[in-house]
Design a protein around this ligand. Sequence first.
Ligand code: MG
Length: 456
Amino acid sequence: MLLSTREIRSIDESSSASDGMKIVDIRATPVTVPIDAPLRHANGCHWGRFVRTVIEIETNNGLVGLGEMGGGGEAGVAAFNGLKPYLLGRDPAHLEELRFLIANPTASLYNPRTQVLAAIEFACLDLVGQHWNVSVSEILGGRLRDRVPFASYLFYQYPNADGSREVRTVEQLVAEARRLKEEHGFTTHKLKAGVFPPEYELECYRALSEVLLDDRLRLDPNGAWSTEQSIRIGQQIEDLNNDYLEDPVFGMAGMRRTRQKVRVPLATNTVVVGFEQLATNVLHPAVDVILLDTTFWGGLRACVKAAGVCETFQLGVAVHSSGELGIQLATMLHLGAVIPNLTFAADAHYHHLSDDVIQGGLMRYHGGAIDVPRGPGLGVKIDRERLAKYHDLFLRLGPYPYDQDPLRPGWTPLIPNQRWADPLDDRVPELRWPSAPPAGRPAPVGGAATGAATDE
Ligand code: MG
């Protein structure tokens, strides 16, 4: 029997277990946190820093829930401020209601909000967990593991202004992998590729395998290769200890053709990032391992649902990183804790950060793994001093163009790409801000505020 409008409304108003908890405010604060070096990727570079938008949702009972969103070097404040009329007065426990309110799949064609929804869902789950005094992983079915193993995330890196931390040559890459393994205990290593010509990156990847012995490896050129290059390079790594080859080529058809010819599992965080695409991949397999990103998929709950579909059809899953501070890392840890079919180490950019905005600073790796937070909600709290410090750094430096290379102004990578960087180019970029500082703000002076990396 169909419910009447009156009945649906009465369910909305009376059935929550949150005892009348309502959203009364949303705050969005952009922050800039320095990283250890400018990280190069197929589409450009992280210019020595991450820009993230921290979300705080406040309720009428005095709780504050935390969320976080990226944005390719840009702040996302306007998107969240624009949602105040939608969210104020709503019950944060009504998560499925919020999904359709904010990101109804057909309405969202006109105002794509999947990543915004994810940040709001993180904060609402944090609120509900705090109110019920249980952790988010308990809300999501209960944790199956207390620690989540991570892969090292190896990038080709431009040197900092003082010449430190360059990763360009085979020797530099191998040294960086050894250093990260020694410092954090990683036994899985991911190389971000798609920067230099494929044959050079193949040489680098094979060199890693020679020094990392029994450790697991994964290679991710971000869809920059042609199908034929993917097949050629893929066949030349078949003998290595691969977890998978990640997005060698853009598009499910190219992945499907590669998969027919290469005996290495293929993974994606690019062409299966929603349920429609997942259904297509089940019906016409192109990818073996689905990389679940709590932001790209629209929240933790969407990732848990997708993991269930993958369990049903026996597809592999792993946890993807699109860049994170401790709030988003907490979502990745809770996800890793509750999905039974997580058989791979998770990805995280986290070890590149110089600091965090949460109380206690950076979470620590032990034996390549991070403990799942145990406190209520997400289990992390904002550090007001750090938030203010890195918000000020954002105001000083402004955004950066994630999809630009600081040493090749105007460069436009193609898909498949042919405009590779030169592995013999040893110049040091001057990482000036790409646009004028916000009005009324002083221009940055000297190095980045923490001294951990230099952006100017
Ligand atoms: Mg990837």
